[in-house]
Design a protein around this ligand. Structure first.
Ligand SMILES: [Zn+2]
Length: 170
């Protein structure tokens, strides 16, 4: 009985190993075998697509990891604070104002930077405060102002009063 198979189409007993049913002519090859052969052809194309997508995702993941550390909050706070205590440096990239009347330019910021150069502990406190997640310190607020490289949140310090010492707490 082991050598007897039945045609899946008509139910007639057929010889094992026969390619076609002698009664109805239906193909007796297991359909999954043929399917896997065409599947293999397909999967080569699919593999190439998957590899390309995986590579793109990997590249983006790497880029995102790099950017996340390059433009991390702590890193940006360090940039802002470094600019805040350096009167010679143009800090307009890092410091904005809520005041509608005061234009933020290098000249206007220089006295503030001079103040913080002489009061670096205040600047350090402010920086630590911001890093700890408190977005307000004295007259300064930390604001998200845009994106670096179109992807990574850009942080700026917004001051209500940018006159010298405006951000210091008594
Ligand atoms: Zn048959």
């Amino acid at each position: 009985m082991k050598n007897i198979k039945y045609c899946p189409n008509c139910g007639q007993a057929v010889e094992k190993g026969a390619a076609f049913c002698q009664n109805c002519g239906a193909s007796l090859n297991p359909p999954e075998k043929r399917a896997s052969r065409t599947g293999r052809k397909k999967s080569k194309k699919q593999q190439r697509i998957i590899a390309t997508v995986a590579l793109a995702m990997l590249a983006f993941a790497g880029y995102y990891l790099w950017g996340s550390s390059q433009y991390s909050k702590d890193q940006q706070v360090d940039w802002i604070m470094a600019a805040l205590v350096s009167p010679d440096e143009d800090a307009t990239r890092y410091i904005v104002t809520d005041s509608a009347t005061l234009a933020v330019n290098h000249e206007n910021l220089a006295p503030l930077q001079k103040f913080y150069k002489e009061h670096q502990t205040a600047a350090n406190r402010m920086g630590q405060n911001f890093k700890a997640g408190d977005n307000k310190y004295g007259d300064f607020r930390f604001v998200q102002s845009g994106h670096y490289a179109g992807t990574f949140s850009e942080i700026q310090a917004a001051g209500q009063d940018l006159s010298a010492g405006g951000g210091d707490q008594p």
